[in-house]
Structure formats: C-alpha cells, structure tokens
Design a protein around this ligand. Structure first.
Ligand code: KIV
Ligand code: ZN
Length: 508
C-alpha cells in the first residue's frame, strides 16, 4: 500500500477529551497519558489549548518537551495572542504543530463570532499566515464544517491552504452528520478543491447521535487521511469518536478500507485502562473493544464455538488489543527482581524510586491477599506512575458502625509532620470517615461521586475506590485508593483527591 493509503491518527484525548466534565487531569497525569500515546504510536498528540489556562500551557509545554516520536499540537483560536501562546508552548517539540480553528457555519459566524463571511475569511487567512511564520506544520479546522455552506467552506479551505495550512480538518462539531452524508461531503470537498491532494485532509467527529466512529470511517471512505479521536471516546457532551474502535475497524476490515494506520493496536487496552485509572471514569462493560465483556462469551453455544474454533464468534483476537490472560503471578515470597521482571513483561518501565514504592505496596498486598494477579499489579503500578506530592498522609483510622447506631469515625492525618486527629459522625462509616478528614484538613469538600470495585476475583479481592471532589472553582479532582479493606481504600481515595487538589492549586 502506498502512503496515500496511510491514515494518520490525531489523538485529542488531552484536549477535546480533557475539557469534558469529570475528565480533568493534572500535569503528571497528562504526561503519563502522553507517554502512553507515544508508546502506542499515534501520529499527533493534541496536548491542550495553551492559552486557556496557565495549567494547560504548562502541560502542553511539558508534553512537547517529553514526547519525542509524535507531533505535538496546541489548539489556538484564530487570534494573534492565541497563536503566539500556542507557539511558545509547543516550540520545544521535535515536531510541533499549531492547530488553528475558526467557525465557518452561518450559525456560528452570526451568533457566536458576530463576524461576516468576509471577516471570517480574512481572519482565517491572516492567522494561518501568522502561525506559518512560527511553524511549518499548521492544521486549520473549519469549526462546524458539516453545517457550513459548501461554497464558503471551499473558499476558506482554498485561502488557508494557499496561506500555508498543511492539514485541513473538517469537524462535525455537534455530531450532526450521518455516515452516507459524511462520505459524500468529503468526496465533494475533494472534488471542489484539488489542492487538497497536497495536504492532509482530516475528520473530527463528535458522537451526539452515536455516529462518531461510523462517521469517521465514512470520512476515510470519502478520502480523509487523518482521523481525530480520543481514547475511550471521551470528549464534549456525548464524546468524540473512540480511537480504539476506529483502529480496530481499520485493522479487522483492512481489506474493505484499504488503508493502514501506524498505531500499535496491542497498546489499546493499556491506554484505555490508564485513562480510566487517571480520570476514575470506567468504560461501560459492553463498550466495543475495551469493555470488560468485549471478549467474554457467556452463552454456552458461543463458548462451544469459540473453543472449537475462535473465529466462529471472534472477529479479532483478545491479544490484538493487548488483552492478556489474568495470570496468577507472584506471592508474598517473591523478591524485587521477580516483581520487576513481571512488570517488564506487562510493559511497565519504572524509575528506581517508583519501583521501590510499588514493590512496598506489592509486599503489603501479598501479605493480605493470597493470590496476586496481573490486574492487581497493574492497579498498583498505574497509580504509582501518576502520584502527586502527598500533602496529607493517612496515619490511622478507627470506625464504629452498625445498623442500630450512628457511625462514628476517628481519622488521623499528617501534614508536614504535624498530626491532626478528628472525630465525626455520619450516615454510614464512609460518610463519617470523609467528614472526619474534612475536619482534620480544616476544609469542606463537595463529594461529586464515589464508587468502589474489586480489581480481581476472590473474597480477598483488592478494593479499588474512586472519589470525585469538587472545589469552589467548580473543578473536579478524582482520587483512587487501593486496599483489601474497602473503608481504607475509600479513605485513601479521598485523601488522594485532596492531594491532587492541593497539587494543582500550588501549580497554578
Ligand atoms: O469539535 C470541534 O469543532 C473542535 C475543533 C476545535 C477542532 O474540537
Ligand atoms: Zn471537537
């Protein structure tokens, strides 16, 4: 296949994905996610929207400095200040890109931008020229392209390509289009603008009608050669097109699509679970490709067929998305060496400090839990790699609870070596414990969400607790805690979220 058949994967998990509610990540988490996207081999990482906040600027800059094998992009509105800021943030990258956007639909121009067509055209061209002075790789997005007048869209695309845009992205910003329409739309725009043969033509589909992936694949059929997508399909409202679904559709049905993408599908699951761990948002069990049940065969007739020949009911192997058998691995007598070996097999490389910390946790777990599975180890490690400074640490807790008494919790935490112990009552042991922590920290936190799951099987399964706290500014912080004791896991998750809040408040 020639390069004309290559589909570039533009990952916007850290920008379009991260800007959606409940998905915010801190600097360390974004860097970790970017490193995983690099390991996976996506072509472009959109690291953020540099001008939107000092935190975003800092993370775009850090990702640009860290990632070596992917293009790193920053989003920018079509304004001088946005472009200058985007460039300052990405210029350290080995392959920087400025991603410029301006709406071209009548609705957006009239009501949002309050600009005439001429003003939009002139601005798009002038700002592309400005960005081009800094950077050779310029992506121009005609926001709400699918609801734009074709003649005007054609004119804008011509103008910005002439001004130096190297990628033209035509977003379905509100997830309005349908697959047949989208394919025809891309064919029509290519017919009208032959200059597009020399630039990358890109699609960016939102999922409001549940058609994000189908529309992206239809765009590829219509000639798009870049797909913008996010891990687990996170993004504004109903999300963006899910990267894992697009990659596997292109891979499983390569004879139909006749295109190829560079990204390594066996890294899909790791990317998906890293994102879930970081944000605390799990994917639904029946989610295609990455859901817990995506490769589970429950019906006897299916199980029989799969055992006889996997292809009867499996169109792709679990291994092709990186699903490994959950092996019983190490026990309490295993040493650091064996632990490190297992981590290498699972694909993790930790610094010496991270390894020591993770090994301590593994030993602690192996003391409490008979069988330590790969999933347990991954839970420990994935958490270790995105650790923030521990403003507060848990010293001890005592809970008094029952069905005929009001629960009471005593929790002692330390900050900079100074211990504070508080007692609180609550409607249940977890509520009481959270209230005691609030008192010990001298602040009141709003609890947005709380969940607890078992990481692996067994009565002594590791509990994985997740809390989401909301700060006064409305920003949310997710925290996770692991323990074989569910109350301890919950307390650790609560303190982890508080520590993330302090970390960000200090950074910004
Ligand atoms: O959905 C959209 O239109 C966008 C652009 C900024 C590319 O996210
Ligand atoms: Zn978008």
């Amino acid at each position: 296949m020639t390069d004309k058949n290559r589909v570039f994967i533009f990952d916007t998990t850290l920008r379009d994905g991260e800007q959606s509610p409940g998905m915010s990540m801190n600097l360390k988490e974004k860097i970790e996610m970017a490193k995983q996207l690099e390991r996976m081999g996506v072509d472009v990482i959109e690291a953020g929207f540099a001008i939107s906040s000092p935190g975003d600027f800092q993370s775009v800059q850090a990702i640009a400095d860290t990632v070596k094998n992917c293009t790193v992009a920053s989003l920018a509105r079509a304004s001088e200040e946005d472009i200058d800021t985007a460039w300052s943030a990405v210029k350290g990258s080995a392959a920087p890109q400025i991603h410029l956007f301006l709406a071209t639909s009548e609705l957006h121009m009239k009501y949002k931008l309050k600009m005439t067509k001429k003003e939009v055209f002139d601005t798009a061209v002038a700002m592309t020229k400005r960005a081009k002075k800094y950077c050779s790789d310029i992506q121009f997005s005609a926001e709400d392209a699918t609801r734009s007048d074709m003649d005007f869209l054609e004119k804008v695309i011509r103008g910005v390509v002439k001004a130096g845009a190297t990628t033209i992205n035509l977003p379905d910003t509100v997830g309005y289009t349908t697959p047949e329409e989208h394919k025809a739309f891309f064919e029509e725009i290519r017919r009208r603008v032959p200059e597009l043969e020399d630039v990358i033509l890109s699609c960016h589909c939102h999922n409001d009608l549940g058609l994000g992936v189908a529309n992206s694949l239809a765009a590829v059929r219509g000639g798009a050669r870049q797909v913008e997508c996010t891990v687990n399909g996170i993004g504004e409202r109903a999300g963006n097109a899910a990267m894992e679904e697009i990659l596997m559709a292109l891979y499983v049905r390569k004879n139909f699509y006749e295109v190829w993408a560079n990204a390594d599908t066996t890294e899909i699951l790791r990317s998906s679970s890293l994102l879930s761990r970081i944000t605390g948002v799990k994917v639904q069990p029946n989610k295609a490709i990455v859901g817990e049940n995506a490769f589970a065969h429950e019906a006897g007739i299916h199980q029989h067929g799969v055992l006889a020949k996997a292809e009867t009911y499996e169109i792709m192997t679990p291994a092709s998305v990186g699903l490994k058998e959950s092996n019983l691995v190490l026990g309490k007598h295993s040493g650091k060496h064996a632990f490190r070996d297992r981590l290498t097999t699972l694909g993790y490389t930790l610094s010496d400090e991270e390894l020591s910390e993770a090994f301590k946790k593994f030993k602690d777990l192996a003391d409490r839990k008979k069988s330590v599975y790969d999933k347990d180890i991954e839970a420990i490690v994935a958490k270790e790699t995105v650790q923030v400074p521990k403003t507060y640490t848990l010293d001890r807790f005592v809970i008094n609870s029952g069905n005929t008494i009001t629960s009471t919790a005593t929790v002692a935490v330390s900050r900079e070596g100074k211990q504070t112990e508080k007692v609180a009552r609550g409607s249940g042991p977890i509520d009481a414990a959270f209230k005691a922590i609030d008192k010990a920290c001298g602040r009141k936190f709003d609890l947005d969400d709380y969940q607890i799951d078992a990481v692996s099987e067994g009565e002594d399964a590791l509990g994985d607790a997740r809390v989401v706290l909301r700060s006064d500014s409305g920003r949310t912080y997710s925290g996770r805690g692991l323990s074989t004791d569910v109350i301890e896991a919950s307390i650790k998750a609560y303190i982890n979220a508080i520590n993330k809040m302090y970390y960000e408040e200090k950074e910004n």
